[in-house]
Design a binder for this molecule. Sequence first.
Ligand SMILES: [Zn+2]
Length: 63
Amino acid sequence: MMVPVRCFTCGEVVGEHWEEYSTRTAEGEDAAAVLDDLGLKRHCCRRMLISHKDLVDIVAPYQ
Ligand SMILES: [Zn+2]
């Protein structure tokens, strides 16, 4: 669905980085380099964006 606002493990705010992350990776930038630029150093926070699939626009019409 929507990207979680905070990391499930450590509580760091990660939701604010989703737009930039998804835009830059869609343009072909390396995901690891983008996450480094965004300041996400912990692997728990990095997995929040790497493993996210944005489905809200697909599911919303059926609710
Ligand atoms: Zn974390």
